[in-house]
Design a protein around this ligand. Sequence first.
Ligand SMILES: [Zn+2]
Length: 453
Amino acid sequence: MELNNCFEEKKDSFIVQAEWIYETGKTRFSPAHFMSIVAIIAVISLMLFSHGCSSDVVEIIEEKDPYIYIAGSLQERETLAQALQERGVGYSMFMPVLNELNKLYDLRRLMPADSFHVQMDTLDVIHRLSYYPQRERIRSFSVYLDSLGFYVPSIDTLQVEMVLRKTEGTISGSLYSSLREFGEGPYLIGKFAEIFQWDVDFLIDPREGDRFCLVYEQYMLGDEFVKYGNIIVAEYESRNYDKRAYRFEIDDDHAKYFTSEGESFQRAFLRSPLNYSRITSRFSKGRYHPVLKIVRPHNGVDYAASMGTPVVASADGIVSHRGWKGGHPTVNGRQGGYGKTVMIRHNNNYETLYGHLNGYGPGISRGVRVEQNQVIGYVGQTGLATGPHLHYTVYHHGTAIDPLKMENVAGPPVPEKLMPDFRKIVERANYLIDTPNDEVGISLPLSVTQASE
Ligand SMILES: [Zn+2]
């Protein structure tokens, strides 16, 4: 009981690797699937016919499901309306439904990997639309067509079962393609890569032959996959690296990964505050400025990324600036500099700056406390910039330092008073990950009440 509580998820504070999301969105109930069921029924009924049992058989065929089912999950930066349109649902059909849904669940909070399920009749009238947010544990949000023809919103408690599964294998190609081969979705792969991000850069380093293993939660509705939960324990092994990460809840809101000794897997600062395509300018004492056409020092790192890429806080801290920021001489009468900028003050006299943003993250204003990985803005090219990129500076005691070379201290360890609880977690996780029943999956159904928040 104690153990189960410790595994409960409180809040997802993870970012999903943007590149990995593009492959989400699969249809679980295709018309082909449905037709094959009808065909099977037809075959069975023919067999029954030949044995002279006719009257029941005709009814079986007539009882075929008259609805069309569409299911899928959202891709990066996709709205529910776009996802529905892409699957051929008409705008005039889904808009009244989404208006009702929005009363229950703020559709601006949609996240990649959130999934949905639509029941339509052959005239394209939606009879039910259900939405399963990834951040919700056991609630779904639905809109039903009632008998009077009105759309009625309702919050449903899913009769979901939480199942623990284990996946392990060896990398051939990339971590991404290897885990995809095991049937795992981008959301889970992103979470796995995040755990080891301080030690292993899966996007850059080829990792052929490395071994991975993870035990994670999966929510099932009968036989149907609903969504992923947390990764309980994860292991990564290469030639000179072999580490196991255990998930542990420090308090109600914070779960982090630790070594078996209780040391933090996380570093105080992220390697980079976004998923970037390349570094276009490094930290230097003097460089030629492409816009100003003079040689001047570059006090940070420029990361090229597409417009709108989320930028996250590289460490916990307090927002010290949010707004336009100069810092460069005026060019053509325009006050240039960093454009829309967020600055965050961190422990131990560190401060970070994120420049050229297109806009700010939700709730970001001066004085607000932010957590590592929280979205604080989006890549843009405001201020003095030749293209969309993030300018990132780290200051220590007020002096700019090279973020790519800075000493990165480990996050806080498991507090001494929680070590007895943590040791139990480690013991159980070791049992789960060392149990040799590879892909079969270790089933541990939780009741719905246990799974509630
Ligand atoms: Zn720059």
